[in-house]
Design a protein around this ligand. Sequence first.
Ligand code: F6P
Length: 360
Amino acid sequence: MKRIGMLTSGGDCQGLNAALHGVAKALYEYYGEDNLQIYGITDGYRGLITGEYRLMSREDFSGILNLGGTILGTSRQPFKLMRVIDEKDSVDKVAAMKATYKKLKLDCLVILGGNGTHKTANLLREEGLNVVTLPKTIDNDVWGTDMTFGFQSAVDIAANVLDCIHTTATSHGRVFIVELMGHKAGWLTLHAGIAGGADVILIPEIPYTTESIVKTLKKRNRMGKRFSILAVAEGAISKEDAALSKKAYKAKLASSPYPSISYKLATELEALTGQEIRVTVPGHFQRGGSPCPYDRTLSTRFGAAAAQLVIEGKYGNMVALRNNEIVPVPLQEVAGKLKTVPTDSSIVRAARQIGVCFGD
Ligand code: F6P
């Protein structure tokens, strides 16, 4: 009997169920239903700590290929607290996770998650557990893979928001700021911004000045364009703030009267240009709903590849997309790294070539 645990951890995204479907179907096909037990761990690492899980059946994975969210549930379990013993109930989380793994007599734990999840997965590997992981997130910032699942679906949604904003911005001759997700990496804003025809794209990797943006808005006005669209990542940062220490910037954000960077920018731009500025924040909309066909396919490929690693006993790896092939990447290479947008990448250059302003 092969015994496999599966969990989804961190912020959800489109394609999680498609990936679970891919892993499970490939395993059932290989081992047969009588020789395989899959345990679904509830709400990510939390369920592994508290020992909440259920024995899944093949039927549980039917009809979920195009379903958003995750049938297992998820939660955020910050890595920095993983080794901290809770004072209240004195839970040693690492020992508790290992105990659940041992209790279930698992051969391997299949973990779906983003950056934080991968740090903990690597910790479990170091603790001697067999783990195989799949990279998910709308941020596309997991190191080692060209693409995470969830990203393209979020780009579709964000580009659609920009399309809709375009029509109303054109009618009213207004400047619109569309704030997109991504605190540390600007992939989503960059791709959606280009696809949605944004005039200004602000991402965390390229600090901006308001003067540069004002210059672009004025240039557009001189060209007879009454409206402008700014795609702004939630983690966009001004050159002035980028020069601050991490601690000082955190304190500045905490005392800011604005709910986010976009509202601050809107106030500044309104004062400097006299133009009417509106802010739209699609927020978690970007993570919701069905995965796009690209993500369904990528999740299925990742799922089948993860199952193959389990079958071959090649534990301690994340499945990754590289040059359109699925390859294993050792977890110790992935853990603790972040894949940000290279500022000299061809996609940034292409956007600049067509006149997109990055605020620098
Ligand atoms: O990591 C995915 C992500 O959607 C980020 O883009 C965003 O900053 C964050 O999660 C939001 O987190 P939460 O769902 O916990 O509010």
